[in-house]
Write a protein that binds this ligand. Structure first.
Ligand code: PLP
Length: 440
């Protein structure tokens, strides 16, 4: 075993979204990290091709974040956020809303992307109830969407594996079709030309259910977890227009696209489409401390601030605006601003695009797609083997070869820290290409 831990020592931890038995027989451990790299317990260096899990946007081991968290913990380790407050929570809220487009000027703090999604869905339904539209309770998601693992998130999510055990317990939802279509769009650089009409699915669902039953539509502006699925040109604009036509709220789940991944602070700015709610997490604190945040437009916040004085929204978490997370968030935003990281993806995206498209000729590659500092490399599933067999082999071999990638089924996702150099982009893609040549 390539680690300091015995087989027995690995047993108690039921690992999330992991093939536990496979992993525990052949563990892949990461023990230390700095900059663009991880190190294994036995000292092997691994280039981080996916920013941890799409979250370490400023690279690893940022001393400013460590120092800010340590100082905060020594000053105020915890304070309740229910009917009490602490200065750093307000400071972070004020700083974050300045990054937001339009009047997305209020923020609700959570601890994860899943909590952000469930919070956003509750805000959307609550908003309609408060504004005289109590029948608007249906939530529309999209096939292949990933919105975390809460009951709200799996209900609007579109991945069968996440939903199948809970079928009768899911919320009142329906789903748009996804926008992945290799027949029309394989090997597109950037946004596909074909497919804006898929947004018309929302018209179909309005016809089926009636607009008076629909509270909100939630989509990832660019879907990450299902294997990097891009919106066709004009698709999100069309979705916005149909939402406006029928009084439906539009939620962008920016847990991945938030904080610079596409070369703008948020996907809403990249696509120039204004949603009513944005959910975030991950890059908010550079992955260093768990934290999520939900941004809402002024009219939504205002709708809750009516009626007699009292608690306006019966919702929140013990650790909403945890002081350590807020300190990590502030230090992270400081780094992003000082180093221009929220827009650095735009400078690197062409070099990244050229590099990843060089994999087009590698064995079994049936699509390469990219946007900002994200790429999806889809492999043909191995005939007669379970879906994901080739992807898993790629993951294991890449780790052995010193690069960390992410796979969903047979699609490889790359989303490196935004500090990556062009030489490191070449190194990442060259090594991945070498691995692909060894996979039958
Ligand atoms: N929403 C999106 C778009 C995500 O990509 C993720 C995680 O990858 C989540 C929600 C869930 O976030 P978390 O794992 O922090 O609950």
């Amino acid at each position: 075993m390539s680690s300091a831990l015995t087989r027995d020592a690995l047993e108690a931890f039921w690992m999330p979204f992991t093939a536990n038995r496979q992993f525990k027989n052949q563990p892949r451990l990461l023990a230390r990290a700095e900059g663009m790299h991880y190190w294994t317990p036995d000292g092997r260096k691994v280039l981080d091709g996916c920013a941890g899990l799409w979250c370490v946007n400023a690279g690893h081991g940022r001393k400013e974040i460590t120092a800010a968290v340590a100082e905060q913990m020594a000053t105020l380790d915890y304070a309740p956020a229910f009917q009490m407050g602490h200065p750093v929570g307000f400071e972070l809220a004020n700083r974050l809303v300045k990054l937001m487009p339009g009047d997305l000027d209020h923020v609700f703090f959570t601890n994860s992307g899943s909590e952000s999604v469930d919070t956003a869905l509750k805000i959307a339904v609550g908003y309609h109830r408060l504004t005289g539209n109590a029948s608007r309770q249906r939530l529309i998601g999209r096939e292949k969407g990933y919105h975390g693992v809460g009951f709200g998130g799996i209900s609007v999510g579109g991945l069968a594996g996440n939903r199948k055990y809970f079928d009768s317990m899911l919320l009142n939802t329906d789903h748009l079709r996804h926008t992945l279509d290799l027949e029309h769009n394989a090997f597109t650089r950037g946004l596909p030309e074909w497919g804006a009409h898929l947004a018309d699915d929302l018209e179909r669902l309005v016809t089926l259910h009636d607009a008076s039953t629909i509270a909100a539509v939630i989509v990832e502006p660019m879907a990450g977890s299902a294997g990097v699925i891009l919106p066709p040109k004009g698709y999100l604009q069309k979705l916005r227009a149909i939402c406006d036509k029928y009084g439906i709220l539009l939620i962008f789940d920016e847990v991945i696209t938030g904080f610079g991944r596409l070369g703008t602070p948020f996907g809403a700015q990249y696509f120039d489409v204004m949603p009513d709610i944005i959910t975030t997490a991950k890059g908010l604190t550079n992955g260093a401390i768990p934290m999520g945040a939900v941004f809402v437009r002024k009219q939504l916040y205002d709708a809750f601030m009516q009626g007699p004085d009292g608690i306006e929204f019966f919702h929140g978490y013990t650790y909403s605006a945890h002081p350590a997370a807020c300190a990590a968030g502030l230090a992270t935003q400081e780094i992003y601003e000082r180093e221009g990281l929220l827009t650095r993806g735009a400078e690197l995206s062409k070099a990244f695009e050229d590099a990843v498209h060089s994999l087009r000729s590698a064995p079994n590659v049936i699509d390469v797609r990219n946007l900002g500092l994200v790429a999806g490399i889809e492999l043909q599933s191995r005939p007669g083997a379970p879906i994901g067999a080739r992807g898993y082999e790629a993951l294991v071999k890449c780790f052995e070869k010193g690069i960390l990638i992410r796979t969903t089924g047979d699609t490889i996702a790359l989303s490196p820290p935004l500090i990556i150099s062009t030489a490191q982009i070449d190194e990442l893609v060259t090594r991945l290409g070498e691995v692909l040549k060894t996979i039958a």
